[in-house]
Design a protein around this ligand. Structure first.
Ligand code: C5P
Length: 400
């Protein structure tokens, strides 16, 4: 989550400069504001217009641009940020930074700033390995500058080795880690949410009434405590929260695949209402009323994602399942949920009564019972947001 974080992004002139456009897009998706600064050489690789359009901001280019000075002086610009990111940082730019030169807007800002600076180097392998670059790198590190990458691999110039720009998701993770605070900082949290859709044919499916509201609130609450959240969601009514990695799925099979791909994680919260069965004889073409009688659907059991994760060899330290029950008698919900905790092999179960009379399914409130090894804890009826906050707090305490 980078909500309202202000990033001053200095784009250096290397072949990797085009990737900085993707960085702008993804930073903004996470709620950050981005002010791009292009070096003269960068303009050979990306246009100021594309950087400006993606950032929805003015792009700064020239130290002696009087309009810029009138709007915002370079000192002010260098400080109106929470973090300065140089991506890509070319050998030349690193050299000028290390030498303390201020001969264009980018280097002047980097000299004038009182904010943390992060560089993402990208250059030919020989240039990276050159003693001058390694000397400059040591100097910059000594100055407190954070360095992300470079990666090793095939390069645009045809050579192989260290010097490739770090992958943009890794740059994002480094930026997020820089800002992360709260008890879940540095923790990876996996949340499933929403219903699944199990196809009958290409236009029909079997679904359930889960809105995804509780799972969405939980993901947001965990994000607010500093966690890096992977949010695997079925087709929910509620939009996913900002600042989390959203992985959209339709079916239980897809959800299982997405969950496995997202592991390892420190904690998994499986709030999705996964369909227990899928239609085994789903039709590849739309089924027609052809007068030959009613269709017969055959069902197959879906994978139990919660049980698979709980019993798997990449099990998170804490696994939380949900038990949505329609209790016939007082105590039924807790009895079933307690048995479910043992059967599924998860650590906690969040149980609730979703009988229509409770108004919980699709509503804004929830009344849950937390079942742990230590016992059974009924929580009061609260908004789903508040229920999520309490659960996130308990999770943070359990992982501490
Ligand atoms: O067995 P039941 O569906 O009641 O269990 C509910 C819990 O199990 C929820 O946490 C749900 O996300 C999870 N579940 C699952 N995969 C399934 C069915 C349920 O992960 N196929």
């Amino acid at each position: 989550m980078l909500t309202d974080r202000r990033i001053l992004l200095v784009i250096g002139g290397g072949i990797a400069a085009f990737k900085s456009l993707d960085l702008i897009r993804r930073l903004r998706e996470r709620g950050a504001t981005v002010t791009p600064v292009l070096t003269r050489a960068a303009e050979e690789f990306v246009t100021p217009l594309s950087a400006s359009a993606l950032a929805a901001s003015k792009v700064y280019r020239d130290l002696f641009d009087l309009t810029d000075e009138a709007e915002m002086g370079h000192i002010e610009l260098s400080r109106a940020a929470d973090l300065v990111v140089v991506c890509p940082a070319t050998a030349n730019l690193m050299g000028r930074m290390a030498a303390g030169l201020a001969d264009d807007l980018a280097t002047t800002l980097l000299m004038a700033t009182d904010k943390p600076v992060m560089i993402v180097p990208a250059m030919n392998v020989r240039m990276w390995e050159h003693p001058a670059t390694q000397r400059n790198l040591a100097t910059l590190r000594g100055d407190g500058i954070k360095v992300v990458g470079p990666d090793e691999g095939p390069m645009a110039c045809g050579e192989f080795g260290p010097g490739r720009l770090a992958e943009i998701p890794d740059v994002l993770a480094a930026i997020e880690a820089h800002f992360a605070d709260g008890p879940l900082a540095g923790r990876h949290v996996l949340v499933t949410s929403g219903p699944t859709h199990e196809p009958i044919d290409p236009v029909r499916y079997i679904a359930n009434r889960s809105s995804g509201a509780q799972g969405t609130a939980i993901a947001a609450a965990l994000r607010d405590l500093g966690g890096r959240v992977s949010f695997v969601t079925g087709p929910a009514d509620v939009a996913p929260p900002d600042g989390v990695d959203v992985i959209r799925v339709q079916t239980a099979e897809e959800m299982r695949y997405a969950v496995e791909a997202a592991l390892p994680a420190d904690v998994a919260i499986m709030a999705a209402a996964v369909a227990d069965w899928r239609v085994e004889n789903a039709s590849a073409a739309k089924m027609k009323k052809d007068g030959k009688g009613l269709p017969v659907l055959e069902f197959a059991e879906n994978p139990d994602i919660l049980a698979t994760v709980s019993k798997g060899d990449r099990r998170p330290a804490l696994v939380v399942g949900f038990a949505a029950e329609t209790g016939d008698a007082a105590g039924d919900v807790v009895t079933h949920a307690t048995a479910k905790r043992a059967r599924k092999g998860c650590d906690w179960i969040v149980a609730n009564d979703v009988s229509p009379a409770t108004g919980i399914m699709g509503g804004t409130e929830n009344a849950v019972t937390l079942i742990t090894e230590a016992g059974v804890e009924p929580w009061p009826r609260l908004s789903k947001t508040e229920t999520a906050r309490r659960l996130a707090q308990r999770i943070a305490e359990a992982l501490a």
